[in-house]
Ligand binder design. Structure first.
Ligand SMILES: [Zn+2]
Length: 359
């Protein structure tokens, strides 16, 4: 954080004759940053209240609205304004509530699992016997009736969608299990769980069979019990749901206008969206919260920079830099004015340096 602050101060004062250490504005920013830091509050709201901010979810839409509101509130005294700029569109919306699962033994065991984005939830709390899926298609056909009301252990370690990671297409086995009335499938997943996406293409083609990725140790333990002929009963409650699109998603763009050199721009950027298997705290809540805090500090310190300072909270980064693409397309006339961009992404922890890419 300290180095980052220094970098921002450097951005403001880069051509000033006064040294950073003696610059009253810089000292004011540093003093507020030390006496009243709020970066952890921003991160708390982003990750614990809104949670996983996958693009095209209410969590992302609401987080972007909240950030815009906060920046406008802080920015009023210094003329800093923030707005939402359209960055793209998803064909439909996906939201998550809580998820919970357990083995219904005499002493129930809580299960460590997740489901990919854009996969089906359960119909409330659903308990059922655990079954191993047959190895061959013929055996599956012969035993199909046995899978009614069962959770089905299927092979293959996986983090992504059972029926396609980018485009959802119901596989034959999935279709058979749906017809049989199975409750859902369970695959083994590496720990810590790193869950990615499966994406339905149409509202008419929504997944309906839950796609559970269970921690490998628990998967193996259940598998062993089934192989020994034991009956294992599992219970899941997964609140995933869809809503009809198209769903627009937006970048947050905040501008602190410059004075005599307003046509020169310093950019602070970070993607605001995240994956939604977790709360999006590390990638990129931690990155975005520092950028947001930098803008708050500039406003609180009453900074009137010579150059314009623009903050970009990008949408759709995990979809392939969609927010950045949209910004560069709609602001092509501003691009030559940008002197420097500082971007925060990738990992949590202390800022230990600044990487300057070879362009
Ligand atoms: Zn990232």
């Amino acid at each position: 954080m300290k180095k980052f602050l220094v970098a921002i101060v450097f951005g403001i004062s880069i051509y000033n004759s006064a040294s950073i250490a003696q610059d009253a504005t810089a000292l004011r920013i540093i003093a507020i940053g030390k006496s009243d830091p709020q970066v952890m509050q921003h991160l708390d709201v982003l990750s614990n209240r809104f949670g996983g901010r996958t693009t095209g979810s209410d969590a992302y839409t609401h987080a972007a609205a909240w950030v815009t509101n906060q920046l406008n509130h802080w920015g009023k005294p210094v003329g800093m304004t923030a707005e939402l700029e359209i960055a793209g569109q998803m064909s439909l919306g996906f939201n998550r509530g809580p998820w919970f699962g357990r083995i219904l033994d005499a002493s129930p065991v809580t299960l460590n699992f997740a489901t990919p984005s854009y996969s089906s939830g359960t119909k409330g709390v659903q308990a059922g016997t655990e079954m191993m899926v047959p190895v061959t298609q013929t055996e599956l056909e012969l035993r199909i009736k046995e899978f009614k009301g069962a959770w089905v252990l299927i092979p293959g370690e996986s983090a992504g969608g059972r029926d396609g990671e980018l485009i959802y297409k119901t596989k034959t086995m999935t279709q058979k299990l749906i017809e049989a009335g199975a409750l859902g499938t369970i695959q083994s997943a590496e720990e810590p769980l790193h869950i990615s996406t499966s994406a339905p293409t149409h509202w008419e083609n929504l997944p309906t069979l839950p796609d559970i990725k269970l921690a490998a140790t628990q998967y193996q333990a259940i598998q062993k019990r089934l192989q020994q002929g034991e009956k294992v009963v599992l219970e899941f409650d997964i609140r995933n749901w869809f809503y009809p699109g198209p769903v627009n998603y937006h970048n947050v763009v905040a501008t602190l206008p410059g004075a005599d050199l307003a046509d020169q721009i310093i950019v602070l950027g970070a993607h605001l969206n995240s994956f939604d298997g977790g709360t999006g705290a590390a990638d990129n809540g931690a990155g975005f919260a520092t950028v947001m805090e930098a803008m708050r500090l500039l406003a609180q310190a009453g900074v009137k920079p010579r150059r314009s300072i623009v903050m970009l909270g990008f949408a759709g980064e995990e979809l392939g830099l969609k927010g950045a693409e949209a910004y560069t397309a709609s602001h092509s006339k501003d691009l030559p004015k940008i002197l420097m961009m500082l971007n925060r992404d990738s990992a949590p922890g202390a800022i230990t340096g600044i990487t300057i890419p070879n362009m």
